[in-house]
Write a protein that binds this ligand. Sequence first.
Ligand code: ZN
Length: 432
Amino acid sequence: MQPQPRRRRISPRRLAALASVSALTFAVSTSAGHGHLSPGASVAGAGPGSLSPTSAHGPCLISGDRDVQMSEGIPTAPGYTRSTGTVRALTLMIDFSDAPGEGDALDRYREFFPQTREWFATSSYGRLDYRPEIPVPDWLRMPKSFRAYGIERGAPFDPGYRELVRDIVAEADPEVDFQSYDLLNVLVTPNAGPAALDTVLSVTFAGNGEAPTADGVPVANASFVYSRQDDGSGSYDLTGYRVLPHENGHVFGLPDLYTAEGGGAVGHWDIMSEDWGANNDLLAWHKWKLGWLDASQVGCAANRGTREYALTPLARAGGPKLVFIPLDGHSGYAVELRTRAGNDEAVCRPGILVYRVDATVDTGMGPITVHDSRRDSGGCTRAPNVHAELSDAPFTPGERFEDRRAGIRVAVTAADAETETYRIRVTRTSRS
Ligand SMILES: [Zn+2]
């Protein structure tokens, strides 16, 4: 049986929960203390803080509307955990009287670490120094049964999660100074709740300044991981941890890219789209949003005319990574080079990936859509849990992407096998 993304985390109820969380965020994000778990605690927030709307990249700093809860816009709204430098992740393993932890709590921890730390180091080119810390190396027993918290798929923050966070804080407080951490990971004993193949309960509450406080600061950015994302293919030891970098992606302000219909909008090109199966990276757009690319690595094609750009593999550090072609103040096309390297283990057709980013579309509603260079081809992969149709989406030399109505053309003109550098020619007949 294959896990179907549509059975996963997104539901209208879940979106409603996010909506209420975020609305509160706007109200409280300026009142933070200096504690790190709190929104507004970091100086610049997540993302490329040095960019200004008046810079050469100004036209590419697209933004959403106020009613978008989690937007693809740059810069990321305040309240999320900062995504560069040293980030300390308080990691607690919890269990319940009706789901007692089996074996060593540290074995649960080892399902996710050091893999998650390494995943972020690789994806961020070393810019995110993610440090998991376990001040309580045992199961932390919750005072109520798992059943009593009423947690199910799509459960909102109130009342179940509020109660759970309050109890976690109360139980851990004697041994934990919550002020010294930037985010909270709660690794729930895997025997609590349904199997992930049936229902994925794992969830993140991000930018939630109305969360219960601990040592004077709200537990604003917290990821909860349940069960095991084990599809029975025998790859759990290699791939099962990937739910955590996905959930932490939300803590850094990234939206879900899968929709109610599944992973068909972005496929396996971003861990916010698919976090089962073979390892995958983030889109270059997300890396820019997280502050892992410099402005010098991003081309902003806002003006009429034709320009040539070079692109180097996204998984490799250094060199040009992203060309963005803004359509208006809210959306545009992103262009990048994907190859099989680094966290990108499932790439079966290297080449130039083109996708549309719309900052007015909310998390889980399809804010990003990959353009398939080979529609209805069936794709080039048979790897389990990798959306096949989009696996051969990239354009190769001699091919081109065109949006006639917008007057935009992206031609792949050359690929240097030795340096793995591709050249593209962007032509636009209209200004953004
Ligand atoms: Zn998610």
